[in-house]
Design a protein around this ligand. Structure first.
Ligand code: DGY
Length: 428
């Protein structure tokens, strides 16, 4: 029988276009930003030059102002919607020469570059990509800083990476699309509609893009007028961790770190004040438009562990009060798997729908790494083993039913393969 690792390599090879790797063969036929970072991490275990190419290809879509977009379309035609023309990025003076979306995604790349470099040092490659990473982080801490806190704002649920999280329903309550451009969804062609976002959420996704097109993607206008503006726990935890990794890369290259130190100091000062809810013992996202925290209990609340941001006591409350609680996240009896994306007690919990509740390999990986950082090695190991056995039994799927582990979403999903390699090979 072919081993899990051989099968993981085959999935990455299957989705390899030679320039970039598709996240999924049918559902996601272009290059996605944080998918690509994880794919490079997976590739680095068996083909380092190809991992470097994956990163170079993503960086070829960087905007003049520093943004690295959520999707780079390169030149491949496809049946994916929104297609490149829909974004109308050419109306922005910052648009790159290749077709891309006009929004970004969680900034995982510097962390991946540092991890790969620590295993297989390549100063030339590092020197080549470092300036692009620095420009992206600078853009996040300036063009997306709405209140001088150095925390980055997101303007669309797709920027959060957790696109269909029930957290966003609270912001959507205040958004009423008056007129929508004509569009035809493509995301339910290969995946059952019951596993994809509902129509009313999807219409808001499109309405937001239409709003951004009308603002020509001008960063100050987006901050001033986007109806959706949030400071997201997951996004900012990943950014903080990536800033630390960027600083380590700067030190490796003998470059000044003052600017990065400044971002780290300010985010450290503001993160807990902004997001930590002392009563609940959870981190909650912040809606900039209503000026309120979004009180929804999701696995994003554990992401600060990955960044080392909680105190020991905060970590204890997160892990012992919530993650290990069978009513919220932990598996109960024979039913249930680590780690559901939304707490099972949330009324919006849905075990098979996109980010409403299923288990995602990426979340398990973040949480496992965060737990190890805080000394919860046994728990981290239990999540690692459960994740690998979930993949062994149900294949490299995009996500898994939170009750019985059956596969949902895209088949042959690249980051599930990449993280299977990472979780099997890297020691905690
Ligand atoms: C989709 O099409 O659902 C993607 O997640 C958006 O980036």
């Amino acid at each position: 029988m072919t081993s899990l690792l051989d099968r993981a390599i085959s999935v990455l090879r299957l989705n390899d276009t030679g320039i970039f790797t598709k996240p999924g063969p049918y559902q996601y036929p272009h290059q996605w930003n944080w998918d690509s970072a994880l794919i490079a991490l997976g590739l680095s275990h068996f083909d380092l030059p190809r991992a470097h190419l994956e990163i170079r290809s993503l960086l070829s879509g960087q905007w003049q102002d520093g943004m690295i977009p959520s999707v780079v379309y390169h030149s491949a035609p496809s049946d994916y919607f929104p297609d490149p023309r829909f974004w109308q990025i050419e109306n922005s003076p910052s648009a790159p020469p290749v077709p891309t979306t006009g929004i970004t995604q969680p900034p995982l790349l510097a962390t991946v570059v540092r991890t790969i470099d620590a295993r297989d040092p390549d100063p030339d490659f590092l020197g080549e990509v470092y300036p692009s990473l620095l420009r992206w982080h600078r853009w996040l801490h300036t063009a997306r800083d709405a209140d001088g806190s150095a925390l980055a704002c997101i303007i669309h649920p797709w920027e959060s990476g957790t696109d269909d999280s029930p957290r966003w329903l609270h912001l959507f309550e205040a958004i009423h699309p008056e007129a929508l451009p004509e569009f035809q969804r493509g995301d339910t062609r290969y995946v059952a509609a019951t596993e994809r976002p509902n129509r009313s959420e999807y219409e808001r996704f499109i309405y937001l893009i239409d709003t951004f097109r009308k603002l020509n993607y001008s960063p100050p206008d987006l901050l001033a007028h986007s109806p959706f503006l949030a400071q997201d726990v997951l996004f900012n935890a990943i950014l903080y961790r990536a800033d630390e990794d960027l600083r380590a890369l700067a030190q490796r290259l003998g470059q000044a770190t003052d600017e990065i130190d400044g971002w780290l100091d300010r985010v450290q000062q503001n993160f807990n004040t902004r997001f930590w809810d002392e009563d609940a013992g959870l981190y909650y996202d912040y809606d900039m438009r209503s000026g309120k925290r979004i009180h929804v209990n999701t696995a994003s609340s554990f992401l600060p562990l990955f960044a080392g941001l909680p105190s020991g006591e905060q970590a204890r409350r997160l892990v012992e009060g919530h993650l290990q609680n069978p009513v919220e996240y932990a598996p109960r009896g024979e039913v249930g798997h680590w780690v559901t994306t939304t707490a099972k007690i949330e009324p919006t919990w849905e075990p098979r729908r996109y980010w409403r509740g299923p288990v995602w390999v990426i979340m398990n990986w973040f949480i496992m790494e965060g737990l190890a950082r805080y000394g919860y090695e046994e728990l981290a190991e239990s999540i690692r083993k459960d994740t690998l056995s979930l993949i062994e039994t149900n294949g490299f799927r995009e996500y898994y039913d939170a009750r019985d582990g059956s596969g949902c979403g895209s088949v042959d999903f690249s980051w599930s393969a990449a993280l299977a390699l990472e979780m099997s090979k890297a020691s905690l």
